[in-house]
Design a protein around this ligand. Structure first.
Ligand code: ADP
Ligand code: GLC
Length: 532
């Protein structure tokens, strides 16, 4: 299959969060499975100066944006550890800035222009480079326009009628909402600005656009796929998700083992495997304590946290109970950036408890790896979590995760209970009610196990490290979905899909493209507030 994957960030070219890891990991896994895949992403020279060779293609693009035409260059590159194609869209005015999306706590005021431009540039690049994809795979609101462009423009071109689009939601909380006047930038028919398609309470909504117009929408864990059809997690788009139900699929993110594996990780002072984890982790823990100015205490339970410091990640629970937790023989290593109140909280906690709490405010890839390896347990009490990568990295690095049972956390972490201890499936600690006391009780369970039952703790570590978290299974699930989307388009058009036994004229796939009458009658105002 020929696949074009579009993402506003991808490692090692750029990163603000898990999307970057996923775009890179999935692209490489699809290529390893024999697909012809090209990743297209913006070039951010200021934030991420050269990581990999960047070869000019000499290709210039002229991209329509509202009533303007913006020119750009295409740079070709590849992942350092594989020869998979990456195309970087080089547009200095839009992307040569100190940050990707926000600066000084505010979004760039022209984010709509920047990413409508990028979405159109992906389509132009495909033409310019003659890629002829069978499927476009777009990710998050920044590329949410792509499925609409595919449905309303690309597929009208001769030979492109059966090109499919898949759209992945990485987080419902970020929707790309802009004033109605932004519709003009998209170049699409104003009639699409209606409550069933691109409009949301008077605004243009690019996440909704991606969901509505894609042949299949996916999200990054099976549990989150169910959750987002409910008002608590849908951020106002639960009706849109309900209308898409038979074309909304949860596929768990994998881990890119080339970047995250304790046996090969270049960031670690000592590398280890499941067989050598006891000594390996002890050495990494001691080195981490030294690096962060923590007391050299092998007996203390060291909690790690590498995270955006926001409500999503459960920092309100940490703030409410950190002092209680510190009554036990424990230490904390925090790394992250985010809301001022939480940055201040961890910084003050570190000041108050020198040698026991370390707070590093900033983005530091190497330290993130060393915390995963050196910590004994990892705190991820997220209020909601579409997938979550750090609990998976923790499992692989023998660091026992303590999580709230939502989204991908519920799908990857198995609570220690008598039955799961007996059958060997337990790999962490899980709580179900999001409140400070339940969180604290769960932390106490972990502390008790670590301090008094090392044998059970070692069992949790082994179970986590030996699980299969690679991309193989998930990449195969995406490939199957792409094929299903393509087959559906052939069948809808009365054509026989290549290499398929489905005869022309067979019934269309269940839930063929949402028509206005199948679409949601409206979205809930309650959740609109939740998105502000
Ligand atoms: P999200 O994408 O919601 O932030 P994920 O768990 O999916 O959460 O992914 C977060 C990714 O970003 C992980 O790879 C994590 O290690 C990384 N990360 C987050 N904050 C930092 C930081 N301050 N320094 C280095 N890496 C970070
Ligand atoms: C989002 C989610 C996170 C997920 C990541 C990659 O940032 O918050 O849970 O792991 O995307 O899909």
């Amino acid at each position: 299959m020929k696949i074009v994957l579009a993402s506003s960030e991808a490692l090692p070219f750029s990163k603000t969060g898990g999307l970057a890891d996923v775009a890179a990991g999935l692209t490489k896994a699809l290529a390893a499975a024999g697909h012809q895949v090209t990743l297209i992403t913006p070039h951010y020279p200021h934030v991420f100066p050269a990581h990999a060779p960047r070869l000019p293609t000499r290709a210039r693009l002229q991209v329509p944006l509202g009533n303007r035409t913006i020119s750009a260059h295409l740079l070709r590159s590849e992942f350092p550890d594989s020869n998979v194609d990456v195309v970087l869209v080089d547009q200095q005015a839009f992307f040569n800035r100190p940050a990707l999306y926000t600066e000084g706590g505010s979004d760039y005021p022209d984010n709509c222009e920047r990413f409508v431009f990028f979405s159109r540039a992906v389509i132009e690049a495909v033409h310019r480079l003659g890629l002829e994809p069978d499927v476009f795979h777009a990710n998050d609101w920044q590329t949410g326009l792509i499925p609409a462009l595919v449905a309303h423009e690309y597929r009208q071109l001769p030979g492109c009628e059966t090109t499919a689009s898949v759209f992945t939601i990485h987080n419902m909380a970020f929707q790309g909402r802009f004033p109605a006047s932004a519709m003009e930038l998209t170049g699409l028919d104003q009639r699409l600005f209606n409550m069933h398609e691109m409009e949301f309470y008077g605004e243009l909504n690019l996440l909704k656009t991606g969901i509505v117009f894609s042949d299949f929408a996916t999200t990054v864990s099976p549990t989150y796929a169910r959750e987002i059809t409910r008002p608590e997690y849908g951020y106002g788009l639960e009706r849109t998700c309900q209308a898409k139900l038979d074309r909304l699929v949860g596929i768990l993110n994998g881990v890119d083992l080339a970047d995250w594996h304790p046996a090969t990780d270049p960031h670690l002072p000592v590398r280890f495997s499941a067989d050598t984890v006891a000594e390996g982790k002890a050495a990494c823990k001691q080195a981490l304590q030294h690096e962060l100015g923590l007391d050299d205490r092998p007996d203390a339970l060291l909690f790690g946290m590498v995270s955006r410091m926001t409500d999503q990640k459960g920092f309100d629970l940490i703030a409410a109970r950190a002092e209680d937790i510190l009554r036990a023989n424990v230490q904390f290593a925090f790394l992250g950036t985010g809301e001022r109140q939480y940055e201040d909280f961890v910084a003050e906690l570190a000041e108050k408890h020198p040698g026991r709490v370390a707070a590093t405010l900033g983005f530091n890839e190497g330290l993130a790896h060393r915390i995963e390896a050196g910590a004994d347990a990892y705190l991820m009490p997220s209020r909601f979590e579409p997938c979550g990568l750090n609990q998976q990295y923790s499992l692989l690095y023998g660091t026992v995760p303590i999580v709230h049972a939502v989204g991908g956390l519920a799908d990857t972490v198995v609570d220690l209970r008598p039955d799961t201890a007996t059958d060997g499936t337990a790999n962490g600690f899980v709580f179900h009610h999001y409140d400070a006391n339940t969180f604290l009780e769960t932390v106490w369970r972990a502390v008790g196990c670590f301090l008094h039952d090392q044998e059970t703790w070692a069992g949790l570590v082994q179970s986590g490290m030996r699980g299969d978290l690679s991309w193989n299974r998930s990449a195969a699930a995406y490939a199957e979905l792409y094929q299903k989307a393509i087959t559906g388009l052939y069948v809808d058009r009365g054509l026989t899909p290549p290499g398929s036994a489905v005869p022309a004229g067979a019934a269309a796939m269940p839930g063929a493209a949402a028509t206005p009458s199948q679409s949601p009658p409206g979205d809930s105002p309650r959740a609109v507030r939740g998105n502000k």
